[in-house]
Design a protein around this ligand. Structure first.
Ligand code: ARG
Length: 279
């Protein structure tokens, strides 16, 4: 069951705010190695379909007033489409990722060069294993950051120092949910949705305490990576398979917008994975 706080208060008025996103064209998207349980190199990927789905997402963002910068993909880097993993950007500071697996290692420098050309006042390459917004989620005045499968606890400290923003460490325990953005999404000002069983018990307690009004997602939604969505504070871009979550966010004043990225699910990715936010 999705739990939604039952209240006699009128549903809050949610307001969208324009966002800047970075996306990477899936011209070289493929699944020819396996670094998470979703990836089966034997299962064929329909790249034309993937490109169509990606274009639909990009158009959905743009038609809702958001700006999208597009990074070209690179041959031999099939997961580069997952721009969320490229780093973390807040204001005039950016840090580019350092990947866990050798298969994705070259994406760090590729994105670093692109960030560099864009000109940030401060740009660093992560020294510690850091898979960007896949594991670092900015909620209000703090980052929630995950470890367990990818980004390291040392990376949490590095990000905290680099941005001067406190980082709360959370432990992931289920290999299907290897990045924080596969099980937790920010809906609005300090408001999140998440799937508690993906976290170690102490981390669940931390989340319950920090976010008493969070939407608790169902298993059915979690296993289709339904939490891997993007919200602008009102419009929530979501997998059409995440039906419980769509109903739950609608019930508290958001506007769910279904966007199907089924081809990317074959790599263990979804809407948020394809989207880096420039905060
Ligand atoms: N195949 C990619 C990997 O395992 C998927 C990355 C998904 N990205 C994300 N932000 N969750 O690394």
């Amino acid at each position: 069951m999705t739990s939604v706080a039952i209240s006699t208060e009128p549903v809050a008025t949610r307001r969208p705010s324009p966002r800047r996103f970075v996306m990477c064209r899936p011209d070289y998207f493929d699944v020819f190695y396996s670094i998470n349980p979703w990836m089966d190199p034997e299962a064929p990927v329909d790249r034309d379909r993937a490109i169509d789905q990606w274009e639909t997402l990009r158009t959905a963002f743009e038609s809702h007033g958001h700006h999208v910068d597009v990074v070209p993909g690179e041959p031999g880097l099939p997961d580069m489409v997952f721009a969320a993993n490229s780093g973390v950007i807040v204001g005039d500071r950016a840090i580019s990722a350092r990947f866990t697996h050798a298969e994705r290692a070259d994406e760090g420098p590729a994105y670093h060069r692109w960030f560099d050309a864009r000109g940030f006042a401060k740009l660093a390459a992560a020294q510690e294993v850091n898979e960007g917004e896949g594991d670092f989620v900015l909620v209000g005045e703090r980052f929630l950051a995950a470890t367990g499968f990818r980004s390291s606890p040392a990376a949490h400290r590095e990000v905290e120092e680099y941005f001067g923003i406190p980082v709360v460490t959370l432990d992931l325990v289920d290999p299907r949910f290897y990045h924080l953005d596969t099980v937790l999404m920010v809906l609005g000002d300090g408001h999140i949705a998440y799937y508690p069983p993906a976290f170690a018990e102490p981390s669940r307690a931390v989340l319950a305490e920090l976010f008493p009004d969070a939407i608790v997602a169902t298993e059915a939604d979690a296993v289709v990576l339904g939490l891997n969505g993007v919200s602008d504070g009102y419009n929530v871009f979501l997998s059409p398979r995440a039906t419980d979550l769509a109903a739950a966010v609608k019930a508290v004043g958001y506007n769910p917008i279904p966007v199907d990225l089924s081809e990317f699910l074959k790599a263990g990715g979804g809407i948020k994975c394809c989207t880096l936010e420039v905060h």
